[in-house]
Design a protein around this ligand. Sequence first.
Ligand SMILES: [Fe+2]
Length: 394
Amino acid sequence: MQRREFIKLSTLAMGATLAFNEVLTAQDKPMEIETGVLKIDPVLISPETDTMTVVWMTESASSGWVEYGIDGKLDQKAFSSSDGLVDANKSLHSVILKNLKPGTKYSYRVVTKEIQKFEPYKVTFGKTIITKENQFTTLSPDKKKYSFVMLNDLHGRWNLIDHNLNFVKDINYDFVVFNGDIIQDPQSDVAVIGFLQACSSFAGSIPIVYARGNHETRGGYARNIKDYLRPEGKYYYSFTHGPASFLVMDGGEDKADDHWAYSGLVDFDNYRTEQMYWLTSEVKKTEVKDAKVKIFVSHIPLYANGDANTCKDGVVKWGTMLDDLGIDLYLAGHTHRPDYVEANSVGNAAPVAIGGAPSMERCTVTVVDVSETKLNVKIILAGAEMVSKEIKIN
Ligand SMILES: [Fe+2]
């Protein structure tokens, strides 16, 4: 292979992995374009104003990168490496595109080279797989109005993704929130691969925002799903889009850490405390505290009607800070009882929209329209509007 001179644009560290961005020249482009099938087509995850994560999976061991650019060009390249080694000889790939421009449309495609044999002094590459070009738009602090949708509690019933999104096909939504228990007790990679394959209908251009549910903490593969869904990130995080700041948090399990079902292998009490400390500093950030709209996303609701299971420890550890911050809307799932909890009814200072259950009759897609002055929340239950509420922003 011809030696090339790269112009390095940035080297940014987040966690253990580095993402490198380069300007591509014509000779960098693969000469032989071969087509092939990916196990997971490229999906976009964790959108932000200046970053986007691209995840894909090949059928066999490979190395890969993302080519991307604005104005229809693919003149930049990003790949991942850690500890000085470019990611290779693996089938699951994730690359975080960094230093992107807010509110900007990017084109991208993914290139993967199969690795047939990886020897110390010689790597034998197989075919090159190049995906078709796709586009995404980064989030923007300047966007005045937009919509997003939430799905939750699919419990492995992947057909409910397209089924529910079909009910909102006439709405332009900027991202899809998967608010937990999407995967049912992951025992192997099959569970998470099935989920991301089912997202291929939209997630190549509309990104996923992922919040972990308690069923995604169960099973022998629970410790691996982060590589797919929040590579290099935590399950609790914040991001902004237009007038809104989003806090995504993780209540962990719904029973005490010493419950027999967890075999002494969970530590969620400490984990919720860890998030309390994170929240303490997060609520002081300008982009969070000064955002006109504040939306809280977590799988297990902090507040719910009746005897529904709630995250009581989350209320104890986070509740006062969230009240002081002035959350405008809580989004949740978990109870399998779609519901809208009015503000100030069960100790909640803001309303709670709770999505539905994993059946055709009880599944929901929740639509939220965001603007500086109001939120409109619709819970669509099995295709019919169950809830339509307007929340005024003070
Ligand atoms: Fe749950």
